[in-house]
Design a protein around this ligand. Sequence first.
Ligand code: NAP
Length: 529
Amino acid sequence: MATAMSVSAVTPAAAAVSRRRTMVCVPATARAPREMAEELAAAAALGADLAELRLDCLAGFAPRRDLPVILAKPRPLPALVTYRPKWEGGKYEGDDESRFEALLLAMELGAEYVDVELKVADKFMKLISGRKPDNCKLIVSSHNYESTPSSEELANLVAQIQATGADIVKIATTATEIVDVAKMFQILVHCQVPIIGLVMNDRGFISRVLCPKYGGFLTFGSLKKGKESAPAQPTAADLINVYNIRQIGPDTKVFGIIGKPVGHSKSPILHNEAFRSVGFNAVYVPFLVDDLAKFLNTYSSPDFAGFSCTIPHKEAAVRCCDEVDPIARDIGAVNTIVRRPDGKLVGYNTDYVGAISAIEDGIRAFEQRDPDTSPLAGRLFVVIGAGGAGKALAYGAKEKGARVVIANRTFARAQELANLIGGPALTLADLENYHPEEGMILANTTAIGMHPNVNETPLSKQALKSYAVVFDAVYTPKETRLLREAAECGATVVSGLEMFIRQAMGQFEHFTGMPAPDNLMRDIVLTKT
Ligand code: NAP
């Protein structure tokens, strides 16, 4: 269902087509003029299009002495000069007159862009009347560090900024929820003059990556981590190399991982590179989502074409999809959502396929077996954990003909899952002496042993001796204590990384309709994540 501010109403192809490519701007925030000039050179080396020289960050700034150093020509990049006062989120605490004189001097020394705040724009315009060089463009900006106003209020703000005579409009707001960004996309796409529209904070992150789709004039990318000039600003290197921002245009499809938290996810690195390798015009971003239904209702256009789902939204995703694959419904968890051409959302679970195929192939590599029968058929398969991953493994193993046993910290949850799949339930204590037969398979689906608790393990080494095959869903670290000790006991071990790679391949195929570039995806996971 589309809402009044839904992105489904936005037609980026029509609106943004006549605009120039969105530029990547690196903020230079050094305390000394020479260092600031070096930052500008470093930004050029990264492949940025311009640098924002934040004069308010300079210690003991003396305009007539320092500006000729910072703006000396030849300069590797065009300069956007900003001298932000404290009352607008900057560091400058002096009077407007001295500030304006410095900005005017920057214009005279050849700065390509100068930024001044809306609150004082009229005053500044009077000062520079007849003195602004033709090749200098004036950005008039407004920053809201608390919230994102309604689309109507944003549109009024744009009109107010335009009325000052600005060459370029800049609006930066703050996201309290990810749906706030949709309001900014509406403004970008309908604005008739060059506009910078960004939404700060983790929940506004997508505004920084997707603005080329909606015709934003520029986006900011920091020189490196720790050099951000605003909350949740990506690095310029990530914008260019991970998100392929140069390739994003009005027709680019948007995919991403919905979670909370989601900033740590390596899926954007993996999927963006996989998309690029097959020439698929799409970008994959992290969506930090509080309310899944509201998110899906807001970003309801065909451009938002598919989603990965992670903690804590996999179960809510089952309810939010129009159709759900029968096994995903039985598991009660959807980790992949695809928007069909008719707009309907279809949910799948690639976790169980990824995990089960990884275990099957792990066994096949060591045991000679009939290739037409699953090596899980008839085996005793012990699952530790009864959460999302536990359910996926239990259903998958049962599908393949294994006899499944569930052990869980909360015994009632073990019983509940065991009843659903028709097998026995154990406590974790029972598991220590559980050895009814040889050749058993163990799958850990709890977070025990996950970084930073790398010395923890769900089962003693003594008990591990009873298992022929051990799988761990945890993949940070790549080799968990459980897998190390299982290997020492002689078991065949299967890493959670293999499950991660395979669930991502399954998602790639659902998203693109193409076969996954498996060697490339495996290579990226092993070397870049
Ligand atoms: P979940 O739904 O929250 O389930 C967590 C399970 O772990 C529950 O059964 C919980 O028991 C148990 N548990 C948690 N902490 C425990 C502890 N300290 N001691 C004993 N049991 C504990 O989480 P999930 O989505 O299933 O994810 C579980 C793990 O699998 C995570 O580490 C996740 O990273 C990993 N995973 C990996 C992949 C992959 O691709 N490799 C994919 C999905 C998930 P209670 O019922 O008693 O709370």
